[in-house]
Design a protein around this ligand. Structure first.
Ligand SMILES: Nc1ncnc2c1ncn2[C@@H]1O[C@H](COP(=O)(O)OP(=O)(O)OP(=O)(O)O)[C@@H](O)[C@H]1O
Ligand SMILES: [Mg+2]
Length: 478
């Protein structure tokens, strides 16, 4: 207690301090004992001198010890992550100062490394999140340590920290993953079914690639699972085979009618002049229908080929509408219909493929003539709009656009029919019953052209206003 306070330092802060001072003073004690034994110093002066040395040591050692204690506390705080600042207490001892400087530069280096590591991890995560397919990182026990954005969207936001056995139920997938985790195989590829978190009832066909990473350590990612959703590919495959089946069916019908009549003309109606004329007329109609169908099929595939090409022309829509009117006016007047236009004086040009846009508007006007009320007017109107309405199934361009509407009078088209009008080969039953000719491809061609131009199509139908198809085409395609 005598030395409890010396200057600003507290002895109690450092319990080893007294012991250290005594140890440091031991050689002096030994020298004084020798001097007393050799009778060169009296015990009294030996004790006084030793006491002075102890006090001297205390005065010089105490500040250094306290500074080292502060440094020790600071390093402990650093180790526990309780501080991120530099050690900035003023230290007077030379050694303590040097140690403090060394600790500070180690701390700076560590901060720099941590920053670099954090930004690397962040950019790696961002890169993984841009990948379109789901990716999962798993540890030795099959726990999901990481999942990219696509995996979280596909399997649910909280899949990390779950075991793959709780996320996937397909045994073939779990067994394959275990083979990789047990190092029985380096990688596995398989197809399995996943029931999605969002939609528990729908199973999705998925291709999985499970790959062991080159190193193996506890608690770390030891394997990566990449998934590829095959549902879309299966759907496209089905659409393609349906398309081929539909196209051959549509071609087979007129072909069988033509062959049937040829046979009749060769046999029973061989000498029947009147029947021959009648049959030849039907055969010519069927042949024309076949060539229309083939032309439309070719047209569809030609448009599909240009699907990723940005149109290079800037076109004037009123001019295109004029061309369509010239081509269609005869057909319209045959049905006692008039083609009327409504357009502002000035309209911006649009970035589009002239020939395709003419085909698109012509298909809409052709439908209006075929399915509209006779006699009545068909109105083709043009106007500039600020924005194209969004579409759920394809991307539409941003910015200004021109809207082309084709309206015909007539009975309302039901909601169910409206939803299916752009499907390939879809035709409304009532029009088939009325024997109105058509391949059922005109609107699917129109849709493909619109998708290529990043535009949109809307259809409205009421008993009072009739049916209006509105096509939005952007002024600029980026
Ligand atoms: N303006 C319209 N009013 C009422 N129904 C329409 C209209 N336009 C299209 N439809 C219906 O949509 C179906 C599909 O039209 P689409 O243009 O794709 O084929 P199509 O006219 O039958 O044949 P194509 O155009 O190839 O000669 C038509 O058969 C018809 O039933
Ligand atoms: Mg049509």
């Amino acid at each position: 207690m005598l030395f409890k306070k010396i200057g600003r330092y507290e002895i109690d802060e450092n319990p080893n301090f007294v012991a250290r001072v005594l140890v440091l003073s031991l050689p002096a004690a030994f020298v004084f004992i020798m001097l007393v034994v050799l009778n060169l110093l009296t015990p009294y002066w030996a004790i006084v001198s030793y006491g002075m040395i102890v006090i001297f040591n205390m005065i010089f050692l105490l500040p250094v010890s306290s500074e080292l204690q502060q440094l020790k506390n600071y390093i402990n705080e650093l180790a526990k992550g309780e501080t991120s600042k530099d050690f900035n207490a003023s230290v007077s001892g030379l050694e303590a100062r040097e140690i403090a400087e060394a600790v500070n530069s180690a701390h700076k280096f560590w901060l720099y490394k941590t920053d670099a590591l954090e930004s690397q991890v962040m950019s790696d995560t961002a890169v993984l999140d841009t990948l379109p397919d789901p990716i999962l990182m798993i540890d030795r026990s099959g726990n999901i340590l990481g999942a990219n954005l696509s995996a979280r969207e596909f399997l649910g936001n909280n899949i990390t920290n779950n075991n793959i056995e709780n996320v996937f139920s397909a045994n073939n997938f779990i067994n394959a993953a275990n083979r990789v985790l047990k190092k029985e195989s380096e990688s596995e590829n398989l197809i399995f079914y996943v029931s999605r978190k969002k939609d528990k009832h729908a199973e999705q066909k998925v291709y999985a690639h499970i790959k062991q990473l080159p190193w193996f350590s506890k608690g770390r990612t030891v394997a990566v699972i990449s998934l590829y959703d095959l549902t879309k590919a299966v759907k496209i495959e089905k659409m393609q085979s349906d398309f081929v089946a539909n196209a051959s069916h549509e071609l087979r019908t007129p072909l069988s009618i033509i062959s049937g009549f040829i046979e009749t003309l060769q046999t029973t109606a061989k000498d029947d002049e009147q029947a021959r004329e009648y049959f030849l007329k039907i055969m010519a109609d069927q042949a024309e229908f076949m060539s229309e169908l083939i032309e439309n099929l070719l047209s569809l595939s030609r448009i599909e080929l240009t699907q990723d090409e940005k149109p290079s022309e800037m076109i004037n829509l009123p001019e295109v509408v004029e061309e369509v009117i010239q081509a269609m006016s005869l057909k319209a007047s045959d049905k006692n219909m008039r083609l009327v236009t409504e357009m502002p004086e000035k309209l911006p040009k649009i970035n589009a493929d002239h020939q395709q846009v003419r085909q698109l508007i012509q298909n809409l006007v052709d439908n209006a003539v075929k399915y509209g009320l006779s006699p009545s007017d068909i109105t083709i109107s043009l106007k500039e709009v600020e924005k194209i309405p969004a579409s759920k199934s394809f991307n539409v361009a941003d910015g200004k656009a021109v809207a082309v509407s084709v309206n015909n009078k007539g009975a309302k088209v039901s909601r169910e029919d409206l939803m299916r009008l752009t499907e390939r080969f879809y035709r409304m039953q009532e029009h088939k019953d009325l024997n109105i000719k058509g391949t059922g491809l005109g609107l699917s061609i129109a849709k493909q052209i619109i998708i290529r131009h990043h535009g949109n199509l809307t259809v409205n139908s009421t008993n009072y206003d009739g049916t209006t198809f509105t096509v939005y085409l952007p002024c600029e395609i980026k």
